[in-house]
Structures are given as structure tokens and as C-alpha cells.
Ligand binder design. Structure first.
Ligand code: AKG
Ligand code: FE2
Length: 215
């Protein structure tokens, strides 16, 4: 355990056993880092779902590039889109909400990112700083899904923990930062390391403390 914490903090993720049974799919727990809790999950998305998310997003990305100012963002050099709701997206979001143990209304929606060689997401936190307006209803947990196998590079790295996850199609990494001990939240600093060869596609789901949308 990190720091001087003696008592184990409660986690949002509370699945017992080695699998998570959701309404439409059995998810496998592959690896765990205890505090902060980071869980590597297998079989979150089927191959067909990964392919559909990529196909759907590639079209949207092409459209969203028109009229963009092409300003270079040094923190995140990938390009991204929020998925418009359709039957597949709704079904996937429902499954993710069961994995994350938070109602789907608390989610910002599904964001798909594409990294090409050289592109990366520098070390960052998914929660907003206390001084920002958005922190009034801050993010509490993240699920990053890998939509393809990356030839080289493009790991999700936790630099403060010397821990990284290699992208594999259909797999995901879950982590949360809802701890009373702020030090534990700070340890969730993470990055998408530069892609060296091939493309990297991910879909990210973030959960907020309170509802952000209403169905
Ligand atoms: O691309 C990755 O591996 C990480 C993505 C990420 O950190 C995010 O979407 O917030
Ligand atoms: Fe992130």
C-alpha cells in the first residue's frame, strides 16, 4: 500500500470473484492493482463492437476535421469524437455502467480517440482541478477500452506507479479516484504513450459524482 494509509478505503468497484456478469456479457478480471484500484478487464467488447465503434467514429472524425483550427494541443495530440447515441452505443454504455457500478446518467458519454504514430496523451488526471467550475460535479472513475491491437507503443501508463497496460482489442482498464485520501487520487496520473507503429483506437467512459444527463 502507498503512503501511510493503514485502513483500506472503500472502492466504487465492488465485484466479487473473477468475472463480472452484466446483462449481456461476461467480463473477465485479468489483473488488479490495489490502491488506487486499477483493474484490467478482458472481453469488455466483442470484435464486432470494436470494429463498429471505429467505423462509426472514423466517419465522424473526418467530418469534425472540417473547419477545425488545427491548433496543436501539446497535452493530447490524438483526435477524438463523442459518440452519438444509437442502439449499439446505448447497449455498450449500459454494460459499462454495470461494470463501473454507477448509473449511466452519471457518464459524460463515450469518447473515441484515434492516435497515429507519434501521437500521445501526456500524463494527466481525468478529474478536474478543485478551482475549475467542472469540479462541482467532478469525475470519479474511468474505463478505457482498446478497440484494436497496436503494433508498437500506445500503452496506458501510470508513471507514479511504474505500471502500464498494453492495448489489446476488446480489453479495458478501469480506475477510480474517489478516495478521501487525496494522495491515492493523485497516483492515478496516467498517459497514453506515443504510438510507434500502427494506429491506436480507444473508447473512454468517465463517470461523474452526480448525474449529468437525463433519460
Ligand atoms: O489512450 C490511453 O491509453 C489513455 C486515454 C485517456 O487517458 C483518456 O481518454 O482520458
Ligand atoms: Fe485520461
Amino acid at each position: 500500500m502507498i503512503g501511510n494509509t493503514t485502513e483500506k478505503e472503500r472502492t466504487i468497484f465492488d465485484h466479487a470473484g473473477n468475472t463480472i456478469t452484466t446483462e449481456d456479457r461476461e467480463i473477465r478480471i485479468l489483473a488488479k492493482y490495489e490502491a488506487p484500484l486499477i483493474v484490467v478487464l478482458g472481453d469488455v467488447l466483442s470484435n464486432e463492437e470494436c470494429d463498429e465503434l471505429i467505423r462509426h467514429s472514423r466517419q465522424q472524425l473526418q467530418r469534425s476535421k472540417i473547419g477545425e483550427d488545427h491548433a496543436v494541443n501539446q497535452i493530447r495530440t490524438s483526435s477524438g469524437v463523442f459518440c452519438e447515441e444509437n442502439e449499439t452505443i446505448t447497449r455498450i454504455e449500459k454494460r459499462l455502467s454495470q461494470i463501473m457500478n454507477i448509473p449511466v446518467e452519471h457518464s459524460d458519454g463515450l469518447q473515441v480517440l484515434l492516435y497515429t504514430p507519434g501521437q500521445e496523451y501526456r500524463p494527466h488526471y481525468d478529474f478536474f482541478t478543485e478551482t475549475s467550475r467542472a469540479s462541482a460535479n467532478n469525475r470519479i472513475s474511468t474505463l478505457v477500452m482498446y478497440l484494436n491491437d497496436v503494433e508498437e507503443g500506445g500503452e496506458t501508463a501510470f508513471p507514479m506507479l511504474n505500471f502500464s497496460i498494453v492495448p489489446n482489442k476488446g480489453m479495458a482498464v478501469y480506475f477510480e479516484y474517489f478516495y478521501n485520501n487525496h494522495e491515492l487520487n493523485d497516483f492515478t496520473l496516467h498517459a497514453g504513450t506515443p504510438v510507434i507503429k500502427g494506429e491506436k483506437w480507444v473508447a473512454t467512459m468517465w463517470m461523474r459524482r452526480q448525474a449529468v444527463r437525463f433519460s
